[in-house]
Design a protein around this ligand. Structure first.
Ligand code: FMN
Length: 206
């Protein structure tokens, strides 16, 4: 079993990375593999709403979106981590995830996801809420912990001083591992995926 994580910061070894690394180390102790996918500092296009997404994913192949989708098909669970910028997730993770989910949302169905927000001081729960929205619309069970999934610090070294934040990260990993093992046991017992009703698609609310 494998958990694929996204570091939504351009800092490859910053606070977000340190939080994800804590989750990864704990997953490893639980016997689960992990990979941290770095968005890095290269430009990431925003979704232009062209509606031309295909089996291969997004029409633009000059950044990491389609590479990530290929990895996501093989993964069993996900963690999306972001630094807080002006009380919201980083622009780069939003541009990235909009295109990933708009083109390939079905890849994520029935796979658990956890959102993580890190900040020096404020805006973590607002950012956490935004990332959780990708899970809610994609039939993904969400993974919580013993506090909202957040770590405080200006950088990776400060993040380590946030003992409760680090504890929260480890608890995300334990809960993710437990879910993945339960789902695998269910599959072995022949439990089918839930039925999904589709067809109704109304573009207005009355
Ligand atoms: C453009 C920008 C906006 C930021 N806005 C906030 C903010 O609203 N609240 C906050 O606590 N920290 C804010 N920060 C600080 C970062 O969230 C914080 O340093 C975080 O630990 C960086 O994580 P990283 O090392 O993974 O990039 C901001 C940083 C930048 C660059």
């Amino acid at each position: 079993m494998k958990v694929l994580m996204v570091n939504g910061s351009a800092h490859q070894k910053g606070t977000t990375f340190r939080a994800l690394e804590e989750i990864g180390r704990t997953l490893k102790e639980e016997g689960i593999e992990y990979e941290i996918f770095q968005l890095g500092g290269a430009p990431i296009r925003d979704c232009i709403g062209c509606g031309k997404c295909s089996e291969e994913g997004c029409v633009f192949s000059d950044d990491a979106v389609n590479k990530f989708i290929a990895l996501a098909k093989e993964a069993d669970g996900f963690v999306f981590g972001t630094p807080v910028y002006y009380a919201h997730p980083s622009g780069r993770i939003l541009s990235f995830l909009d295109r990933v989910f708009y083109s390939s949302g079905s890849v994520f169905a029935y796979k658990p996801g956890a959102a993580v927000a890190v900040a020096r001081r404020g805006g973590t729960t607002a950012s956490f809420d935004v990332l959780n929205k990708y899970f809610g619309i994609s039939q993904m069970p969400t993974v919580g912990a013993t506090y909202w999934n957040q770590v405080h610090g200006l950088n990776g070294a400060e993040a380590e001083l946030d003992a409760e934040g680090m504890q929260t990260m480890r608890n995300i990993a334990h809960n993710m591992a437990w879910m993945l093992k339960c789902f695998a046991a269910g599959r072995e017992q022949g439990i089918q995926l839930p039925k999904t009703e589709r067809g109704a698609r109304t573009n207005f609310i009355r």
